[in-house]
Structure formats: C-alpha cells, structure tokens
Design a protein around this ligand. Structure first.
Ligand code: HAX
Length: 408
C-alpha cells in the first residue's frame, strides 16, 4: 500500500514542459536491480553501493542477476559457470585483427559484442546470453587492449583466477610486475562493482532495453546500449575528465598543485561555456557515493600522484563554483571524476580505453534489466515494443514554440 502511494506521487500529469526534456522524470517502468535515489545515492537490490563496493565482484554480479547475495556454495558454482564460459571464439578475435587501430576502443568494443552474437548458440535465450556475455566480456575487453596496443595475441583465461584477477591476467600489461598487477587488481575490483548498474533510465540502459523491446537479441541490444555509453556526456565522461585533469597538472605543474590555480582553470572553462567533466548528475542531488569510494581507493594506492591531488582538490573547489549557476541541478563530483586518475596510477595510462572498462562492468546491469523486461515483466509476457509519442511540427522548437500539426 505504502509502495503504491509512493508511486502515485511521481506519476505525472504530462505537460508541454515534458517535451524535449530527455524524458526527465517521466515514469516508464520498473527496475528490479538498482535504484538511484536523488538525495541518498545508488542502491543495488536495496544495498547501498558504498557498503558492498569492496565485496568480491562475482558476489555483486550474482546479486544483480539473482536479487540476493550468494551463499558460499552458490558463489563457487557461479564462479565455475563464468569461468567455463569465459573463452571467446577465435572468429571474434579474427574480426578484431581487421579493424583500424585509429578507431576508438569503444567502436572496437561495440563491434566485438555484435560479432560475438553471431557465434551464440543460445537461440536468442536472453538469460543464457546474459551469462555468456558477462562471462566473456573481460576476455573481449582485454583482447581489445592487447591487439590495439600491439601487446601480442589475446591471452586465454586462467581457470584458477577470479573474474577481475582473470581480466588483469588476460590484459597482461607488458610493463607490469607483481606489485603493479596487485594494485591494478585492487582498483579494478572496485571499478567493476561501482559501475555495474545505475537504475533503469540512464541512457545506455534505456537504449539497451528499448532495442531489446523489438526482440533484438542480447548482443544487438547490448551493442546499442554501448553506443549510448560511448557519448561524452555519458560513459566517455571518464575519458574527458582525465584529459581535463591531465591538462590541469600540465598547466599548473606537478609540484605546484594548489587551490587558486585549479579554481582559475575551472572559471576559464566555464567562461568558455565548456562542461566541467566529472561533475553534475541527471538524477542525484548529492555527491555520487561512487566518487567517494574511488577517492578512498586512491588514497590507499596513489596518495602522492599529482592527478589524485587534483581530483581531491576539484571535489572541494568545483561544487561552490557550480552552485553559483542556478541552472545546474547537481554541482557535486560524479563517478567519472575519479576513475581515470586512479587507472593512470595503476598503469592504464590511455584515457581512450576507459569507457570500455565502464562498459565491461555496465554490461552486467543492462543485461540483467533486459532479462527482466523480456522474460519476467507482465507475468512473463515482457514489456511491449517501445513506442513513445512525438508530435509532428514543421519547425519543432527551433524557433520558439512548436506549432503542432498533427499527432499520429
Ligand atoms: N559543467 C557545466 N555545465 C553543466 C554541468 C557541468 N558539470 N552540469 C550541468 N551543466 C549545465 C547543463 O549543460 C545544462 O545546460 P543547458 O541548460 O544550457 O543545456 C544545465 O547545466 C542544467 O543541467 P542539469 O539539469 O544540471 O543536468 P542534466 O541532467 O541536463 O545533465 C549531466 C546531467 C551529467 C549530463 C551534466 O551534469 C553534465 O554534462 N556533466 C558533465 C559531464 C559528466 O560528467 N557526465 C558524466 C555523468 C555520470 C554518468 O552518467 N556517467 O556515465
């Protein structure tokens, strides 16, 4: 009853103000995996992400897929299942060898997922394809790094390693000794758990579910979702954000990082009408808890890194500046503010790869949500094909108010 009352609070009377608003606040459906609460943060199946970010990634993936934390027996069975499906058909790698090295890694990633779908024997079984894709995505992502960077052929998964330990093993960063490897594993475990899911309406998740609503298979749907993630206002913000932080360090000098200089750079950016990457959020109205979790990891693995010093300063300096602009709904740091600087400290120095790491994790939440919408919603009938309404209007709002000429 209480739940019903809560929902009716947000069911809207739609007005013209909702048009061309990117569907802000327009209720669409249910998510069974996660919730973004504007004044509290992100919850996976009711658990605050801050509380479970350092759990084993396999446990958190299991939670999103099966809506409960696994017992030890369930966890070891799940690990075995992921490992048994982690190998990627060589035909997928063959297609990667043909791609241009100047193509952005996200384009490789999207291509690889789509090609992987051509090798699926699951006859469009969304549940089986979800597990297969989750099992194989670290293998694919690692291969993309290796082939683009000329590090050598893909490295096969090691059946004795965990999900993220295996990913780092398959990456095989040539310059890494045991210490760097351990640091990268520590970061990537938290990177994975913090990026797995983010409610139902973020662009990539919504896109994936919309494409799946036409009964496109899991691979087509996830490829489409990853096209959404590739945009700079969404998943690629982590790349843009690191480039900005690197710029700060270069301008100020690694030994002279100070508040006044950082503030001046932000003001310059805003005066140039540029976006301050890593800040703001479409739903949250508090600091993104995932930014805090990542800064905590940073204080353990790279406290002296100049990039890390800048992100700590930005988290203090930027919010009061953005608050001065009443148009900006959330002036606080988001998840993308911190991740890139930590990845650099762990030896993954090229920002253009960061969205693939985001994608590797987010595939889990999107696949879990697609399984719900296709196989469970409406007593198993599934959500119907998406078909929102657009008004025909010759000029739209390009020159002031729209004149609606029909509504077919
Ligand atoms: N810097 C400068 N301007 C900003 C801003 C920022 N960090 N955040 C918001 N604004 C501007 C918007 O561009 C918008 O301007 P217009 O009205 O001229 O279009 C205005 O403030 C109102 O925006 P909003 O309501 O506060 O935020 P939106 O819901 O429209 O957008 C964004 C949310 C995350 C896209 C936005 O805050 C932004 O562009 N941030 C910087 C990019 C970024 O860090 N993106 C990653 C977000 C996390 C994520 O989804 N990762 O995948």
């Amino acid at each position: 009853m209480a739940e019903a009352a809560k929902k009716s609070d947000i069911l809207l009377e739609l007005t013209d103000d909702h048009l061309e608003s990117g569907l802000r606040g327009v209720p669409v459906g249910y998510t069974t995996t996660s919730a973004v609460e504007a004044d509290k943060g992100l919850f996976y199946v009711g658990r605050a992400v801050e509380d479970i970010a350092t759990e084993d990634p396999e446990k958190v993936i299991y939670l999103l897929l099966y809506k409960q934390m696994p017992t030890d027996v369930q966890l070891s069975g799940f690990r075995r299942e992921l490992l048994s499906r982690a190998s990627v058909p060589t035909g997928v790698f063959a297609s990667l060898y043909a791609l241009p090295h100047h193509g952005h890694p996200m384009k490789w990633f999207i291509h690889a997922i789509n090609v992987l779908g051509m090798f699926s024997h699951n006859r469009n079984d969304y549940r089986k394809d979800a597990i297969d894709l989750i099992a194989k995505i670290p293998t694919l992502t690692a291969a993309i790094f290796r082939l683009r960077e000329g590090w050598g052929d893909p490295i096969p998964p090691d059946p004795n390693l965990g999900y993220i330990e295996n990913f780092v093993h398959m990456l095989g960063v040539p310059s890494h000794g045991p210490e760097e490897t351990a640091k990268l594993i520590k970061l990537m475990r938290v990177f994975e758990t913090t990026h797995l899911d983010h409610g139902g309406g973020n662009l990539s998740t919504f896109t994936g579910k919309a494409v799946a609503s036409g009964k496109a298979d899991m691979y087509e749907s996830i490829s489409a979702a990853m096209c959404g993630l590739a945009g700079p206002l969404h998943g690629r913000a982590n790349q843009e954000c690191l480039e900005f932080i690197q710029d700060c360090v270069m301008h100020i000098g690694a030994d002279h990082i100070n508040e006044a200089e950082v503030r001046a750079l932000i003001m310059k950016k805003l005066n140039n009408k540029e976006v301050v990457y890593g800040f703001g959020h479409a739903v949250l109205r508090v600091e993104d808890p995932r930014a805090r979790v990542l800064r905590k990891v940073g204080s353990e693995i790279c406290p002296e890194s100049p990039l890390f010093k800048v992100i700590k300063l930005l988290a203090e300096v930027v919010p009061p500046i953005l608050k001065a602009n009443p148009k900006i709904s959330n002036p606080y740091a988001n998840v993308d503010s911190a991740s890139g600087s930590l990845l650099v400290a762990c030896g993954l120095t090229k920002p253009e790869y960061y969205t693939t790491l985001f994608g590797m994790s987010r595939v889990v939440g999107i696949a879990a949500q697609i399984v719900y919408e296709r196989c469970e919603a409406r007593n198993g009938k599934g959500v119907p094909i998406m078909r929102p309404k657009y008004f025909y209007s010759p000029e739209g709002t390009a020159k002031g108010e729209a004149v609606i000429a029909g509504s077919g």
